[in-house]
Write a protein that binds this ligand. Structure first.
Ligand SMILES: C[S@@+](CC[C@H](N)C(=O)[O-])C[C@H]1O[C@@H](n2cnc3c(N)ncnc32)[C@H](O)[C@@H]1O
Length: 292
């Protein structure tokens, strides 16, 4: 595997994100293993299955347990690889990725797990389109965990709605806090309305995040100015409320991931569609979100 075929993203928070996911996948399969459902893992932004270690991490060997012997200097496992290693296993794995070179890497990953290869489907395409179609075709005997791990604002609200409608999916969503904050420009006329509508699934964000001031100008005439009045916290809370309108239960304290300067980049949300499974699923997620 060459360097340019690897994933280059994230910092220590990526490690935490993936540990939370892997912990949940293990707990999920343990909890459902005696039930008659077909358990599916859908990684909608799958990457290659690997990611490259940062220089900082290479300088501190031995602190991560999930590094393969042969790759110890360069590679860490990505979500697809971690999912394939979860024990008990899923009955089916779906890896969706838009980049053809990464899809080729996923095919190699599949080959390297011959015991599971028959249960792995790799799809080159758009995550939103694929997940929405998949959700429509799910049967009552299927249960799934979906991982939505985009680089930025790729996840559409219509996809989140399709997932919630199945009432059979637990979903982890990496919400792009920093990108959303940038789309909410200081000048309301310059706010990026279309992408904001697409990620929030409503136009209510405008009322939430901009306020109108009325004051008199020097001639005594009423003057209206509209100003941005939001921060990372209020953006995250708004997204949480949106999720609560369509899912049976949502983990109340999504985890914020920051860059090295302490600025929020993403927030990891967890939501459950099935009301019977929701309390235990959210308990597990809460524990992982707090402790890892
Ligand atoms: C943050 S990376 C995923 C990392 C991966 N989950 C892991 O842990 O190894 C995001 C991935 O989504 C892919 N991607 C971007 N837009 C996409 C889309 N619309 N549909 C599917 N994949 C997309 C990118 O090529 C990239 O590989």
């Amino acid at each position: 595997m060459s360097n340019d075929q690897l994933q280059l993203f994230g910092g220590d928070w990526t490690e935490q994100k993936l540990n939370i996911l892997a912990g949940y996948l293990r707990a999920y399969n343990n909890a459902l293993k005696k039930q008659p459902f077909t358990r599916v893992y859908i990684d909608a932004f799958a990457g290659t299955g690997y990611r490259q270690r940062s220089r900082k991490l290479i300088a501190c060997p031995g602190i991560f347990q999930d590094i393969e012997e042969s790759d110890a200097q360069m590679f860490l496992k990505g979500s697809a690889k971690l999912a394939l290693e979860v024990d008990p296993p899923f009955n089916k794995y779906v890896f969706v990725e838009s980049d053809p070179e990464k899809v080729a890497e996923l095919e190699l990953l599949k080959k390297s797990h011959p015991d599971k290869a028959g249960n792995v489907e790799i799809v080159q395409g758009d995550a939103n389109k694929y997940v929405q179609k998949y959700c429509k075709n799910m049967t009552s005997m299927m249960r799934a965990v979906v991982f939505l791990d985009p680089f930025a604002t790729q996840v559409e609200w219509t996809t989140i709605e399709a997932i919630a409608r199945t009432k059979a999916i637990d979903v982890w969503i990496l919400f792009p806090l920093m990108a959303a904050n940038r789309l909410l420009a200081n000048d309301p006329a310059k706010a990026f309305r279309a992408p904001l509508d697409r990620i929030f699934g409503t136009q209510d964000w405008f009322e939430q995040f901009y306020c109108t001031h009325k004051e008199a100008d020097i001639f005594g005439q009423s003057l209206e100015t509209v100003q941005k009045k939001c921060n990372f916290d209020s953006i995250g809370k708004f997204y949480l409320k949106r999720l609560e309108t369509i899912f049976a239960k949502v983990a109340p304290k999504p985890r914020i991931f920051c860059n090295s300067r302490g600025t929020p980049l993403f927030q990891l949300f967890f939501a459950v569609g099935n009301k019977n499974g929701a309390p235990i699923a959210v308990n597990i997620a809460n524990h992982l979100l707090e402790k890892i």
